[in-house]
Write a protein that binds this ligand. Sequence first.
Ligand code: SF4
Ligand code: SF4
Length: 178
Amino acid sequence: MSPEEFYLAASRLCAACGMCCDGTMFQIVRMQPGEVPAELGRLGLKIRCRDGEYFMEQPCSALREKRCTVYEQRPVRCRLFNCQQLGRVESGETSESEAMTLIVETRALVDRVRGLIEQCGLREDGQALVERYERVASTPVNQALEPELLAVREELEATMRKLKLKLNREFRLPPNSR
Ligand code: SF4
Ligand code: SF4
């Protein structure tokens, strides 16, 4: 696959996915040496500082309909990040349509997890998916008083396990890649 063909395939796949920007895969993106946090903050990105280290919170405020609205000025880590699927498409190990099928399947799991979190009483609040999931999972359920909720929680836990497995096997790169 030529660089141009890969660029076009990656654009189509990312436009259908968005999971490395929308809080599904990551909670933060670390700033790199040479980046000016204030400049990125002026773009509307959620720049924070902890123990002297700057990072950007996700879900990213620059993501609109699965597209980056600050593409030319996006942080260094965003420029460098290609998930496993893109890497496999670039090397020819996977076809674009296989990667697209995987993205569609994985996004369906994300939507199911989101729906189940809402059924558990936690409305969309702009936090990363894993944070929202952990808040729900750490809230005790009274089995006698809320038997239906228990079934929803069990489905949520099982779906989240499937999702994490798929993200780790098919999309994430080694730690600190984002
Ligand atoms: S996870 Fe991969 S396919 Fe999805 S938006 Fe990120 S880089 Fe693109
Ligand atoms: S700045 Fe753009 S590429 Fe980076 S996380 Fe936000 S939407 Fe994604």
